[in-house]
Design a protein around this ligand. Structure first.
Ligand code: NAI
Ligand code: MG
Length: 356
């Protein structure tokens, strides 16, 4: 099988870590029977300054017509509003209908300062308050601003279904490896605030319950947690969680918070997933403070490559990458400065490739 992968480095250290992602794909053992071809694509602030568009049509068209998946680095967003500029990754998620944002948060023996954490946050990516339908009007009390929070049955159902599928797949990987789990069965935790927002979050909760009641998910333990106490429990007892499914805003906040549990942002991957496409994307930004120094941690990107492969149906290849990365972290000989080490981006990559 040959997979065509779009490479969108973006800005800053995106340009230093995406080449590492390409290298690991090229270095996968040939026994997997996988080949890759690549196409370089533009997006980001530098692209905007050069061409007037942060996401050129050509990038979207090439992804849609030629590619099986893609890797996205990071883009810089100006701190003051620049007319005509809007985030290309947000636009890409819409244009390719990448309705799930999947963010695994995991410690290894080497990167844990205590309890082992191995959870995945599955965030709805298309609606909720992020439909950005806001209005402001003048009233006798001064200005009043309002925003639409849209929750649909369709989006809530498909995000819950993919959360269930991820839970089952994790259970398979667990039963064939030595990953420890506090649970004997896969678990999905539905997060919401339906005690206050009985219609919107109520619909999310009910739809998620229904989707996860499907026969194929009968082995999954489904529970729910109100979002504020979810934050508390996530920080007190992160090792308890397996798969967490949430509407857009809660998922955004929970996933950044969960990333803090494992230390460096340079370790945490994500994927934007639709029915026929997946984009791997490290969670960090363009890191202007270390840009050009050659010390960006490539691990978030390498794990994002693996995550993309999982959603393209290439689980064996993904497992090899995860294992090679875990080996690097556990031995802790070649760690980048954000992890307390002295290794460069290239040295971390070479160590991971050697293990591959
Ligand atoms: P950031 O994630 O770029 O950096 C935060 C801190 O973490 C910095 O000290 C940075 O050096 C460090 N860091 C991040 N990734 C690292 C890696 N791979 N290895 C070693 N250290 C790493 O977030 P910040 O500084 O808030 O934003 C910088 C720019 O990135 C802004 O323009 C922001 O808008 C953009 N950004 C883009 C994102 C995206 O494209 N998805 C996400 C977050 C921020
Ligand atoms: Mg965020």
């Amino acid at each position: 099988r040959t997979l065509r992968i779009g490479l969108i480095p973006g800005d800053g250290i995106g340009r230093e870590v995406i080449p590492a992602g390409r290298r690991i794909l090229e270095s996968l053992p040939s026994s997997l029977g996988l080949n890759f071809s690549f196409v370089d694509l533009d997006a980001g602030f530098e692209t905007f300054q050069r061409t007037g568009s942060a996401l050129p049509d050509k990038t979207v068209e090439t992804l849609k017509t030629e590619c099986d998946g893609a890797l996205f680095g990071a883009v810089s967003s100006p701190s003051t509003k620049v007319a005509g500029y809007s985030s290309p990754i947000v636009a890409l998620r819409k244009k390719l209908d990448l309705y799930a944002n999947v963010r695994p948060v995991k410690t290894t023996a080497g990167s844990s300062n205590g309890k082992p954490i191995d959870l995945v946050i599955v965030r709805e990516n298309t609606e909720d308050l992020y439909v950005k339908e806001e209005t402001t009007r003048d009233t006798p009390d001064g200005k009043v601003a309002e925003a639409i929070k849209r929750i649909s049955e369709r989006a809530s159902s498909r995000i819950s279904t993919i959360a269930g599928e991820i839970a089952l797949r994790r259970q398979n990987i667990r039963s064939t490896s030595n990953i420890a789990s506090v649970h004997s069965q896969p678990m999905v935790t539905i997060t919401h605030k339906s005690n206050v927002l009985s219609q919107t979050d109520g619909l999310f909760r009910e739809t998620a319950r229904q989707a996860l009641a499907a026969a194929k998910f009968s082995s999954i333990h489904v529970e729910e947690q109100i979002v504020d106490s979810m934050v508390y429990k996530l920080f007190r007892q992160p090792e308890y969680y397996d798969v967490i499914v949430a509407p857009n805003l809660y998922g955004d906040i929970l996933s950044d918070g969960a990333a803090a549990l494992v230390g460096s942002l340079g370790l945490v991957p994500s994927a934007n997933v639709g029915d026929n496409f997946a984009i791997g994307e490290p969670c960090h930004g363009s890191a202007p403070d270390i840009e050009g120094l050659g010390i960006a941690n490539p691990i978030a990107t390498l794990r994002s490559v693996a995550l993309m492969l999982e959603f393209l149906g290439e689980e064996a290849a993904a497992a090899k990458i995860y294992a090679a990365v875990d080996g690097n972290l556990d031995e802790a000989k070649f760690l980048s400065p954000d992890m307390g080490g002295k290794a460069t981006t290239t040295q971390v990559l070479e160590d991971v490739l050697k293990r591959l």
